[in-house]
Design a protein around this ligand. Structure first.
Ligand code: FES
Length: 161
């Protein structure tokens, strides 16, 4: 527990350094939140409060930004975030079915993280790879034309190794 607290303190110190560096920029909030999410892995209420106080921005505004953008998360995320594209082309080409297969494969709902903290399942708007629809993005990798459970399982399994 003490170790946890020390670790926590160190993370807040890192965040404070980032805030000091960026606070005089024109619109520092989004950049600071990005860094905060990199440091903590997600943006719990206490981190949002810290950012709000240090940047002197109302907490409601910080919360508004965190909840508006899909790439910010208020819950801990898994090691790999699986983003299912739910843009029009992917939707038409089977994104709903793909989501259903992913839920079954991982045993979680959208927005949730597997118990082993390996995967988080979430959705994104069009990622610009419509010709490959339906598409999922994991980290920097885009996987397209996922039209069978077998194909999907092969991709997921490669992250389990
Ligand atoms: S709609 Fe999915 S990549 Fe464009």
């Amino acid at each position: 527990m003490e170790n946890n607290q020390a670790l926590h303190g160190a993370l807040f110190k890192d965040l404070e350094t980032v805030i000091t560096e960026k606070k005089d920029q024109r619109d520092p909030l989004i950049e600071v939140l990005h860094s905060a999410q990199e440091i903590f892995g997600y943006l719990p209420a206490e981190v949002q409060k810290f950012v709000s106080e240090k940047l002197d921005i109302p907490l409601a505004q910080v919360y508004g930004v965190v909840t508006f953008y899909n790439f910010f998360s208020m819950k801990p995320r898994g090691k790999h975030v699986i983003n299912v594209c739910t843009g029009t082309a992917c939707y038409v080409k089977g994104a709903p079915r793909l989501i259903q297969m992913l839920k079954e494969e991982l045993g979680i709902e959208m927005g949730e993280t597997t118990e082993d903290k390996l995967f988080t399942l979430t959705s994104v708007r069009c990622v610009g790879a419509c010709s490959l629809a339906p598409v999922i993005v994991i980290g920097d990798e885009t996987y397209g034309r996922i039209d069978s459970r077998k194909k999907l399982k092969k991709i997921i399994d490669s992250y389990r190794e």
